[in-house]
Design a protein around this ligand. Structure first.
Ligand SMILES: *Cc1c(COP(=O)(O)O)cnc(C)c1O
Length: 415
């Protein structure tokens, strides 16, 4: 077997890179090392401890993600936000300036505006590469982007941002959650660091919260020191589940790409739909950027209903696609950003961000594409029906309970 992770194809890396081979049994899978106490001194003289981010199961994920994103090293965290907050706090200090993309994941947006500013970090928000060029100040330390972004799937020119960062000695970071390493690798384009919410596509089964940073050995070294102090580690069992999920990442993402492309085309032709946001559509404003830097266009899309009053009815008529938060799992999910991820914004802020009340975001799963299109077709048909299966409201954690009563977004104020 060729074990150089940089030479193997992406599917092979998903399966083989980083596996902890068990010499005592020769088992095909990494064993789960549950200890929180390890002998010291030991043969390697390493002080192993889960919160030091150096247990065997954590290292499996680090090696696999480094191979998939073509970085030198990686660090797995207990959530995407743990990865993001640790990275930002480890690299920014009072008086520094950090330039962020306007369309940030809601949690990141809150972290930046509530916590970073409180610590005396100057922050600013920009959309295009040209805007980032104009944003550089003498104290700019970091540029942070998401591409494609949530929920409008805007894409930013990653090569241009990386070049800008290099020119000014500014650290460049990208949240690559929506694209996955199968569709897009920012590090070979010149980015210093890639962050993922591994909760989403990397794990892929909607049953683990995790995050990861991929970068150079030097940056991951510094990050590990900070992370040890902040403490946002992932436990061995979740590492194992994430490893298992990652083995099928390439296969899953191919199906996500295919289904999302088909659904985007279908929605575009539907009379009830005003516009579809999917970077794979030639009509999308950033299609040419996406086509240049992505191998596939991903499983996320959003669309705007002509009449926002019809949104709730449509959600209630869906039988297969489940109204729920989160994304990137095998099952298809829909949500309404104005009532979920972007609810903390004022109506005015939402309007400026182009998040209308009729906007629906879809995390397209890996079911049969025909079934998904049929589900949307039925749901968009305004005629009242009695669905054989409607979804109950999400619990306060955002997970759906058993489908027994009609979905009602008005009950979702706290999510
Ligand atoms: C979900 C998500 C996060 C946060 O990840 P958690 O695992 O929920 O902490 C960050 N960025 C993006 C793009 C996400 O979708």
């Amino acid at each position: 077997m060729n074990n150089d992770p940089k030479q193997n194809g992406l599917s092979t890396r998903c399966i083989h890179a980083g596996t902890h081979l068990d010499p005592s049994t020769g088992g095909a899978c990494s064993p789960i090392y549950t200890s929180s106490a390890y002998a010291f001194p030991n043969s390697t003289n390493a002080n192993i401890y889960p919160r030091y981010f150096n247990t065997p199961n954590q290292r499996v994920i680090n090696r696999k993600l480094a191979a998939l994103e073509q970085g030198e090293d990686a660090l797995v965290f207990g959530s995407g936000m743990a990865a993001i907050s640790t990275f930002l706090f480890a690299h920014l200090k009072p008086g520094d300036h950090a330039a962020f993309q306007t369309d940030l994941y809601g949690g990141t947006q809150q972290l930046v505006t509530k916590e970073l500013t409180r610590l005396g970090v100057e922050v600013s928000f920009h959309r295009t590469a040209a805007e980032f060029v104009a944003a550089i100040r003498s104290n700019t330390r970091l540029i942070y982007v998401e591409s494609p972004s949530n929920p409008l799937l805007r894409c930013v020119d990653l090569s241009a941002i990386a070049t800008l960062g290099r020119k000014h000695g500014v650290l460049t970071v990208v949240d690559n959650t929506f694209a996955t390493p199968i569709n897009q690798n920012p590090i070979p384009l010149g980015f210093d660091a890639v962050i993922h919410s591994a909760t989403k596509y990397l794990n892929g089964h909607s049953d683990v919260n995790a995050g990861v940073v991929v970068s150079s050995t030097a940056i991951i070294g510094r990050l590990t020191e900070a992370a040890t102090n902040y403490g946002g580690m992932l436990d061995a069992h979740s590492c194992y589940q994430l490893e298992r999920g990652l083995k099928t990442l390439a296969l899953r993402v191919r199906q996500h790409n295919e289904n999302a492309g088909r659904i985007a085309q279908f929605l575009q032709t539907h009379p009830a739909v005003a516009r579809v946001n999917y970077p794979g559509l030639p009509e999308h404003s950033d299609h040419s950027i996406a086509a240049r830097q992505m191998r596939g266009f991903g499983g996320m899309l959003s669309f705007e209903l002509r009449d926002p009053a019809l949104v709730d009815g449509m959600l209630n008529r869906l039988r297969l696609v489940m109204p729920a938060l989160s994304l990137g799992g095998v099952e298809s999910l829909v949500c309404v950003p104005s009532k979920t991820s972007h609810r903390l914004m004022t109506a005015d802020e939402r309007q400026r961000a182009d998040i209308g009340d009729g906007l629906v975001r879809v995390s397209v799963g890996i079911e049969d594409g025909d079934d998904l299109i049929e589900d949307f077709e039925r749901a968009l048909d305004a005629k009242p029906q009695s669905p054989e299966r409607v979804w109950a409201q999400a619990s306060r954690t955002g997970a759906a309970s058993h489908p027994t009563s009609a979905w009602d977004f008005r009950t979702m104020k706290d999510e």
